[in-house]
Write a protein that binds this ligand. Structure first.
Ligand code: DGY
Length: 325
């Protein structure tokens, strides 16, 4: 029997790729950079399944170019704003994602950003490398302490709760804003507040919300203005949740203390972006989930989702389970 044809848009860890290779006839995109739109449209023609990354925009054109035999789209990410899920559902195509397995890696990294930006770790590093370190100084690189401060979480899903658990170990007060998850979690000491309270009371703000029309530029000139001057803002969710021009102005004018971004709008951030000139801004290339174990598990789960869809079974993690009704 012939194997199902799939397009895999990048080399992923072997924990998943080997499964896909065993089960499918694979067209693998081996470049480090994503396929261009034209290349994507060329490669998807006639495939039964697609394993893609957040760098690919999977819309109705891609699905229709693939053809009516397309059985599944498996995203190697928990976020799926790169996929038109409504279009997939209309075509009865299940869409898979990779939640849970990257929760701790992402929460660890968000903490790393909060602490690095709050305690000016990268500024200190540059200072030493530039030969400016002359002596111990009582006022050198003063920053913000975690203990006793308030952490405001925007989004209280899996990663938000993992942040709250970590914050308990640092003796922080945790508040959160999440219109979809207003329930308390008995294992986590955190208080649900409205968005204004979160902005006004938090010393650290960490974003863990999906990108939707409601969260696009949720952090903008107006909301930045409501934050305290000592606030450290970090984002490991999706770049467009923050208006980057407004963030630049707030940091430049010291309206907030510092920011750390793992995600930007656009990605990659242009190297001449004014944010990159600021000392109170730190940046990473969208690597919050990049622990070896998280990436292995993401690959495994993305492969399982793909294969389940090809076999006509329910995906282990399906974002549009209504396709099966
Ligand atoms: C995701 O999974 O959505 C992250 O942004 C990448 O791991």
């Amino acid at each position: 029997m012939s194997k199902p044809k799939v397009f895999v848009t990048r080399i992923i860890p072997n924990k998943g790729l080997d499964l896909v290779m065993d089960f499918c006839d694979v067209d693998l995109w081996t470049n480090d950079l994503p396929p261009s739109r034209d290349e994507l449209l060329k490669r998807v023609k006639g495939v039964d399944g697609l394993l893609c990354l957040l760098t690919e925009n999977i819309d109705s054109e891609v699905m229709d170019t693939a053809g009516p035999q397309l059985k599944v789209v498996s995203n190697y990410a928990v976020g799926f704003d790169n996929i038109d899920v409504v279009a997939a559902t209309e075509r009865k195509i299940p869409v898979g994602n990779t939640p849970d397995v990257l929760t701790d890696a992402t929460a660890d990294f968000s903490f790393a950003l909060m602490m690095s930006a709050g305690r000016r770790v990268l500024e200190g590093d540059r200072y030493v490398r530039e030969g400016k370190w002359m002596t111990w100084g009582p006022m050198l690189f003063l920053g913000n302490e975690m203990r006793g401060s308030t952490l405001g979480l925007v989004g209280f899903g899996r990663i938000g709760k993992a942040m709250a658990r970590r914050a308990m170990g640092f003796d922080m007060r945790v508040i959160y804003y999440d219109p979809n998850e207003p329930r308390r979690d008995p294992d986590v000491k955190a208080v649900s507040v409205d968005f204004d309270t979160l902005l006004e009371e938090s010393d650290f703000i960490s974003l863990h919300t999906p990108l939707t029309s409601d969260t696009h530029h949720l952090i903008n000139a107006e909301t930045l203005n409501r934050m305290k001057p000592n606030t450290v803002l970090v984002n490991t969710s999706r770049g467009p949740v923050i208006d980057m021009d407004a963030l630049y102005e707030a940091l430049r004018d010291r309206k907030i203390f510092a920011a750390g971004l793992d995600v930007t709008e656009p990605e990659p951030i242009p190297v001449d972006h004014p944010l990159l000139t600021l000392d109170n801004f730190i940046i990473a290339p969208h690597i919050a989930s990049a622990s070896r174990s998280a990436r292995d598990k993401m690959a495994w789960l993305a492969a399982k989702n793909l294969i389940a869809g090809l076999e006509g079974n329910h995906l282990p993690n399906c974002v549009n389970p209504q396709v099966h009704r």
